[in-house]
Write a protein that binds this ligand. Sequence first.
Ligand code: AHR
Length: 689
Amino acid sequence: MRRFPSPTSWLPILAVLTGALVAAPSAPAQTAPVPAITIKADQVTAHVSPTLYGLMTEEINFSYEGGLYGELIRNRSFMGELGKGGTKAVTTPIYWTTVGGATMAIDQATPLNTALPLSLKLDAAKATPAQPAGIANGGYWGIPVTPKTTYHASFYAKAAPGFKGAVTLSLQSSDGKTVFATAKVAHLSGGWKKYDSVLTTGDVAPSKDNQFTLTTTAPGTIWLQQVSLFPPTFNNTKNGNRRDLMQILADMKPQFLRLPGGNYLEGDVIGERFDWKKTVGSVDDRPGHRSPWNYWSTDGLGLLEYLEWCEDLHMEPVLAIYAGYSLHQDRVAAGEPLKPYVQDALEEIEYVTGDAKTTKWGAQRAKDGHPAPFPLHYVEIGNEDWFDKESTYDARFTQFYDALKSAYPKLQLISTITPDEPEAKHVHSRTPDLVDEHLYPSSEGQMEARAHEFDTAPRTGPKIFVGEWATRVGAPTPNMTAAIADAAWMTGMERNSDLVVLESYAPLLVNVSHPTNGRDPDSSMEWPSDLIGYDALTSFGSPSYYAQQMFSTHHGDVVLASDATDVPTWTWQPVARTHNGVTDPTPPAKVLPSLYYDVTRDSASGTIYLKVVNRNPTPQPVTIALTGIASVAPTGEAVVMAADTPDATNTLADPKHVMPVEQKVEGLGTRFTRDFPALSITVLELHTK
Ligand code: AHR
């Protein structure tokens, strides 16, 4: 969707376009007054929540599989067919092909173990030294090959009697013409055994149109399971995460990670929920499960990996626990039936926080490789329970609340129902510590119209976690119009962060290799408008990513009082809603500000951060006055992100088309005027000590 300039802002454009044909206005042109922002440097209105800026994550858009999780092989456990809705049994090793005249089949009779109860039977009867036979995997829309890189491959194999051959692993171009790296396993055992190898590339050009093959030159039959290939990971963690994506997240300096969802927490049905116990321990003992986003998760990135991800980026988990409701109206009744789920949540919290020596689940975590407990202050009970048509959340929440508060009195418990939901859905029996609010406006006007909503919100109820939000303009990643509306919204959250103590944009990640969306079973995107995009090889932040980063890396610890005069406006015409083919009357137009701002200060350094969002397509002069302070240093800094057009955006091909630029600023003082560029977000740093 495109943004619309206000009617008056079209006039100069029309004049230029039509030149002398436009009659000069008869009255003298009125110069718009210069808006003035006054910063009351001696008036603190709130403390900035130290945990305000965080991340929200789930398995959507190939966020982990084919995304953050380092695994390069698609469908390594051959269970992937179960990821497609409605599939009951695995019959085909999807995403695998054969090479050299081999045949392959799923073999339910030769399981690796109870978690991975099948294998791939490879019949290489025709294999010869001249024509090796085997299987190939093209990864998640390619396999990244980079120069001088060591990859770690592993697989389980079992050879049929009589098979005496070696197995060759190869990283090669998709057409098989260029081989980048190989490794050989000389002999396979007759029983299941794990084999590990390394493959190292030479000084090759980066590419992604590649495949991984496992072949033999000797005729015979072998069974395979858990065929895996990892590139170097962030911090070189085994079973770890992709480096560029971890870095782009680290650059946001996030304070928390809301995990594991989202819809992914709930699953479509109870059996497809995030069943945390099945996601810990050896990856070879994790069955995996179907994401409600319609593909298979190996759960290689399981609960412990989420927590280690938090640790790596110095974030705290905001742990969402399954609360007895799944998306297809599948629910567990409060009372006796819900007790095992409450117990499961208690044990999950113990796994995260329990002492390794004195608690059962803390000891399990230590056994899994992490003796130290993780910090945990926030637990969310469920996700978006307003979708529960039987309105059973109050009773379910109460049961979880009582058990969790009794075992962990200091935990802050988050309800998924906000006050704007119908009364029948509300939590009445207990008072949550926080409520999780989600908003996904599909136009910039819808988002900007809400930028001031927290200014007048009551301070008497629970604190607010804006756990999912985004201005959904631009796909697969948002454009500058969205980033500007996001920034307008963020000024409101930051200004009111005594009330809004946590915020996280969603969704976070999208694989943009094949972002067809909709019903395409091979789409790499289920939800258009995601913060960070990538393919197998490279990644980029959207303008909305940079807006987030500008806010999360430039804020102080207190909010300063501020006000403004002569703020310019634009007129937003909301679109009439259509339900069941009937369109409502067109809603009234709304006059909205075209300038948004908020002011914070870092008490230790005295730096004042003034954030200004100019959504006008023309530069906007603004006079800034500071009161309650003797002086401001004449030199400061500005971080400015501006775009030439509202739909300017970043892509794999042009990843830094729109991004913030740092500047030195002169001529500052307790009163100065500055031009804020057209379509821009600015953080102005004023030094007061
Ligand atoms: O962010 C995408 C989805 O939006 C989340 O999974 C869900 O919580 C919300 O409806």
